[in-house]
Design a protein around this ligand. Structure first.
Ligand SMILES: Cc1cc2nc3c(=O)[nH]c(=O)nc-3n(C[C@H](O)[C@H](O)[C@H](O)COP(=O)(O)O)c2cc1C
Length: 358
């Protein structure tokens, strides 16, 4: 048994939130395994005017406060999305609020945007981007729970991170801040995007890519409305998707009754179907980041086939550890070779129709 799998076993026996804090601290101090890195030109991709060494990134919520960004790049993620960051620090929901559904390789969380707030995170990120091995940095912004003007909170986030982020993710899909998902409605989203764009113009970063992160729990009509509003509002793309409030019948873990957002393997099918639907609706007008249940090379490949320019994961990283990154990237290269293709971007959307029929 490798040192890495022993460490994972120990972490999985600990309280999930304590284990997470330990991992972040270890990463901050450089105490992490150096897995084999898969570097290959065929994995390079461009998206929203940014260059990515490979299509795999770490989703928001793992490093909410930007404490371990250089270490996460060093593990092989080409991009790391920090956050969700709210304007002011806030404690989030009372613990316990993080549950591992081991039998399902899933997580339920109701963290509720616990975080240190914009000012602290900004200071850390200004240091992180000076790191020589830097990758792409996304900053995911949100609203404080007690904010009187949630739309204004996103403009504050845009102002704060305009000069340090490579892209902004607008999180309007967390199920753990009451009412937040209402911002996915066309009118609210249009107002929100206008506020963010205005803030970016003020900061002389009018072209900073803005991606809207959406929930998997909506019908085709609501999705079509979001796609059109995002295009009209000048968003560069969508992140599909956040966690789900649904509880599939197949869940085995007794923890399935906990409230919050479900992530991991059971989210793969619904979030990938939605991604394919978004790809077809967007007709090339939006870039798409596929997120939800990616846990091996095949599921990453399927996200790209369904329409993702880039792929993110979170839950599988918790279960499988850093070795998963090289496993996925090597598997993508093998699949490119089998398909006789010489670049990952050639795969994007080639299976969207299959996903919508299946
Ligand atoms: C513990 C936990 C905390 C999360 N926090 C955030 C967050 O702050 N902001 C956000 O946009 N998404 C958050 N997410 C959602 C993830 O970014 C991702 O969209 C979701 O987990 C699906 O991907 P996965 O199945 O690979 O985990 C969180 C997920 C988990 C498991």
């Amino acid at each position: 048994m490798s040192l890495e799998s022993i460490a994972l076993k120990i972490l999985h026996h600990m309280d999930p939130e304590r284990a997470h804090e330990l991992v972040i601290r270890a990463l901050q101090r450089g105490l992490f395994p150096r897995p084999r890195k898969v570097v290959d030109e065929r994995l390079h991709t461009s998206c929203c005017g940014l260059h990515f060494a490979n299509p795999l990134g770490l989703a928001a919520g793992f490093d909410k406060n930007g404490r371990a960004v250089p270490a996460l790049w060093a593990l092989g993620f080409s991009f790391v999305e920090v956050g969700t960051v709210t304007p002011l620090a806030q404690p989030g929901n009372p613990p316990p609020r993080l549950f591992r559904l081991k039998e399902d390789e899933a997580i339920i969380n109701r963290m509720g945007f616990n975080g240190e707030g914009q000012a602290v995170v900004r200071r850390r990120l200004l240091r992180a981007v000076k790191h020589p091995g830097r990758g792409v940095l996304g900053v995911n912004i949100g609203a404080n729970k007690t904010s009187r003007d949630r739309v204004a909170d996103y403009a504050l986030g845009a102002r704060c991170f305009a000069d340090v982020a490579d892209y902004l993710a607008i999180n309007i899909s967390s199920p753990n801040t009451p009412g937040l998902r209402d911002l996915q409605g066309a009118e609210a989203l249009a107002r929100l995007l206008a506020g963010v764009k205005e803030a970016l113009r003020e900061k002389n970063r009018p072209d900073l890519p803005v991606l809207v992160k959406i929930a998997p729990d909506m019908d085709d009509i609501a999705l079509a409305e979001i796609v059109e509003t995002a295009v009209e509002g000048g968003a560069a793309g969508l992140i599909v998707s956040n966690t789900t409030i649904a509880r599939p019948e197949t869940l085995k873990s007794p923890l399935k009754a906990e409230s919050g957002g479900l992530s991991g393997k059971p989210l793969f099918m619904p979030s990938t179907r939605m991604l394919a639907r978004a790809y077809v609706l967007a007709k090339g007008r939006l870039k798409l980041i596929g997120c939800g249940g990616v846990h091996d090379a095949q599921t990453a490949w399927e996200k790209i086939r369904a329409g993702a320019d880039l792929v993110q994961l979170f839950t599988a990283f918790v279960y499988r550890g850093p070795a998963l990154i090289a496993e996925i990237l090597q598997g993508l290269l093998d699949r490119l070779e089998q398909a006789g293709l010489d670049g990952i971007s050639q795969v994007v959307g080639t299976g969207a129709a299959d996903w919508l029929q299946g």
